[in-house]
Design a protein around this ligand. Structure first.
Ligand code: NDP
Length: 478
């Protein structure tokens, strides 16, 4: 098997490799991927630093053309890349292809943004002076991504970084180097000058940490766990660098008595269990008012019985495996914790055997949960959800907001009054009415508040806040 190497200063390099394993079939090796060390990271940062002056002043048409070309290739190869994604991460083929299309759309969007960079001209408060406000690239951007969206999250960080004239050192999660390597290869062949985009694969504690420790990384964008996010923050403060964090969630989905039962059940099923519950926007707290509680639990449980959990690449599979053995162990631990805490396991939670050896888990639903239980407070990051029974809308809103996180928040209701009130009062970065808490557009801001996020929003035009820095210029008119 050939080794997929790191890209440093425009050269593919590295011989120390590890196997990328398919979580749907552990006998299937997706490929061999190089592991960088701290010296490789220093070289990548030096290459990005050297490439920055020319790239940041490059013509907007050049950047536009490269990002467009990358988008076109991703779209043209969506089936193949979607299959690679499903093979290395375990989400279903339909989800893998959908995520790949999303990446293509993101590169297309930011190709357009290259041509729409604008500043402002404002009169000075002093006579005969003009004021211009312009946006400039920040410098070398460090990008650290998690395993659960192997192509979309790298895309939504790399595309704006390059569009606004930054150079990049990119470290993907070690579990999913395949999609990361593929998009770096596509961008490299699309014509990026040497050093503008560098790929350093490998362990977070080695590669990620070396990025955090470097004074030459001017901005750091991170998506992952709260614990690692804190490390990124501390190191960035130390180096006086800009940073942006997207971390966990414990997203609530409220179901009111007046909800359309079908809408509520389908949105809950999707939010809690699709993509194996491995989405930061997944809903693991289903907060249900007492008038609809029993009908909702009965209908959701019935619906869960028909969901097909199997090999991600198999036709008909609706939920793929958990990403790896340690995540599966963590999910199953939480099922035990929920039982011990006194919640009632009404469906699932057991390991499943399928034709191929993989990390299959039957989605689990608890009832009789309280918002104080660990299963209601800590992010599980798997297909495990619990129903919390509440008296009325007011209690539902209070419980929804009673969490250290604040990424996404949803409600199922036919009441305009409650929907409007919820949109205004949910303590979250994104609010959904009669829609799953997961599933967002690529051209509008993404992000949360409280313990979920820090710094400017990602995606859409709001991405410019992080990937550029503002300059205010004064000129005497003469
Ligand atoms: P981690 O925080 O463990 O990993 C995220 C990235 O950080 C990986 O690339 C990892 O490398 C790297 N990393 C690990 N240790 C260090 C370090 N010391 N210094 C620098 N980088 C490091 O999270 P997971 O990838 O395991 O993802 C799961 C978690 O991420 C969940 O809690 C989930 O909620 C959250 N998440 C949040 C999202 C959001 O948008 N809010 C989206 C997706 C996930 P390696 O993989 O090699 O260990």
């Amino acid at each position: 098997m050939t080794i997929h190497q790191n890209l440093i200063g425009g050269t593919w390099t590295g011989s120390n490799a590890i196997e990328n394993i398919n979580p749907s079939d552990t006998s299937d090796i997706v490929g061999l991927y190089a592991r960088a060390d701290a010296a490789d990271v220093q070289a990548a940062i030096a290459a990005a630093k050297a490439a920055f002056p020319a790239w940041s002043r490059s013509g907007i048409l050049e950047r536009h053309a490269i990002l467009r070309k990358a988008s076109d290739e991703i779209m043209a190869r969506k089936e193949e890349l979607g299959r690679l994604l499903s093979r290395e991460e375990g989400k279903t083929l339909a989800e893998g292809i959908g995520e790949t299309i999303r990446a293509g759309q993101i590169f297309d969007f930011f190709a357009g943004e290259c041509l729409r960079l604008a500043g402002e001209t404002i009169p000075s408060v002093r006579p005969n002076i003009g004021v211009e406000i312009t946006r400039e690239a920040v410098g070398v951007v460090g990008i650290i991504t998690p395993w659960n969206f192997p192509i979309a999250i790298p895309a939504w960080k790399i595309a704006p970084a390059l569009a606004y004239g930054n150079t990049v050192v990119f470290k993907p999660a070690e579990l999913v180097p395949g999609c990361a390597w593929a998009i770096v290869d596509i961008l490299h062949r699309a014509g990026l000058p040497a050093g503008v985009l560098n790929l350093v694969m490998g362990k977070g504690s080695v590669v990620g940490q070396a990025m955090l420790d470097s004074p030459d990384v001017n901005a750091m964008t991170f998506t992952g766990s709260t614990g690692t996010g804190k490390r990124v923050a501390m190191a960035s403060i130390e180096h006086n660098r800009k940073y942006q964090l997207e971390m966990g969630g414990k997203n609530p989905f409220v179901v009111l008595d007046d909800a359309d039962l079908n809408v509520a059940v389908e949105a809950s099923l999707n939010s809690a269990f699709f993509s194996t519950g491995q989405r930061c926007t997944a809903s693991s707290r289903l907060i249900v008012t007492e008038g609809i509680h029993d009908r909702f639990v009965a209908a959701l449980t019935e619906r869960m019985k028909s969901v097909v959990v199997d090999n991600a690449l198999k036709a008909g599979t609706q939920i793929g495996p958990v990403v790896d053995a340690s995540q599966l162990a963590q999910d199953m631990d939480y099922v035990e914790i929920g039982k011990r805490e006194g919640a009632k396991l009404v469906f699932g939670g057991e390991r499943l055997n399928r034709e191929t050896e993989g990390f299959y888990l039957q989605p689990a639903l608890f009832t009789e949960a309280t918002n104080q239980m660990r299963i209601s407070r800590e992010e599980i990051f798997g297909p495990v959800a619990s129903v919390i029974r509440v008296k009325d809308y007011e209690e539902a809103l209070a419980v929804a907001n009673d969490t250290p996180f604040g990424l996404s928040s949803g409600i199922a209701t036919t009441s305009l009054k409650h929907a409007t009130h919820f949109k205004r009062n949910a303590e979250a970065g994104m609010v959904m009415v009669n829609l799953p808490t997961a599933g967002v557009d690529f051209h509008v801001p993404f992000g949360g508040r409280k313990g979920s996020s820090f710094g400017p929003r990602e995606q859409g035009r709001y991405a410019a806040e992080f990937f550029t820095t503002v300059k205010t210029q004064y000129t005497l008119a003469g």
